[in-house]
Write a protein that binds this ligand. Sequence first.
Ligand code: GTP
Ligand code: ZN
Length: 300
Amino acid sequence: MGKKYKGIIISKEGLGTFGYIPELKERYLAFARGTLIKKKMKKIFVGDYFEGELTDDGKIIIENILPRKNQLFRPKIANVDKVLLITTIKNPPINTGMLDKLLVAYDYYQVEPVIVFNKIDLLETEEEKRELEKWENIYTSAGYTVVKVSAKEKENLNDLIHFLHDNICVFAGASGVGKSSLITAITGVEIKTREVSKKTKRGRHTTVGASLIPFGENSFIGDTAGFSKVDLSYIMDERELSGFFREFTDYTCKFNDCMHITEPQCGVKEALEKGEISEERYNSYLKILEEDFSFNIKRD
Ligand SMILES: Nc1nc2c(ncn2[C@@H]2O[C@H](COP(=O)(O)OP(=O)(O)OP(=O)(O)O)[C@@H](O)[C@H]2O)c(=O)[nH]1
Ligand SMILES: [Zn+2]
């Protein structure tokens, strides 16, 4: 009998399924026990926590997969604790419309978002620095965690790594914000962010399997970017949207089904007038209603 361990599935591609045992800081080929092996292995996700036995010839026999807390499909990873939403003030300029949408979507999937401002080394003028401070304030007051880093200068990377202790995370963000640079800087593993869906020669889309890269203190990050475009009307009802604008949920309105647009005695609009909710975030909310839910909203 080999020794029993707890571990995590870190890849399922080509040559087989690999499990990682944090206690040994090592990866091993993994198999299911008993009959119906193929069927059992198919159901296993990257990110699954398992209990298993390490054999004398260095293989893991999986005995039990622990219950999943969630499962993302882009990338296909289970038990994702956090998503790093990578963004920049400069090169490229910030796209808060996209960021606000992703904050809603990942919250919906119960993945805690962390807003990462990368390329802070590029901010030279007072105006640029104030711009970063402005957005940092907006998102911190709204209830999100904000981290400011430079992948290039390796600035504040340890804060980020420490913050991800014991977590499975994925990353997402627009093209050119430094996703691959940042993952390489954190893990030491060279990656080139690739599209989750690759077009094959026959023109068919195939899903490329994601792997987890171990780093820091028992932390793991997906090597494939998470979705960065989403139509929220596919995943939720328009009435649910404001519940995912975290700061809105601190206020109550006269009507239970208030959309916070023109209704009287709306707590959200009152907070907006008092400056407790930022105009930028409120406008993002309206924009999502227009873009994803086909609302026609008159602005004053
Ligand atoms: N100045 C500066 N440049 C950076 C930093 N991080 C990345 N870059 C540069 O930004 C460019 C884009 O970086 P990538 O890591 O390829 O960005 P990406 O988000 O993976 O891009 P896609 O593959 O298009 O999605 C590269 O030229 C990097 O060298 C940083 O912290 N500071
Ligand atoms: Zn309201």
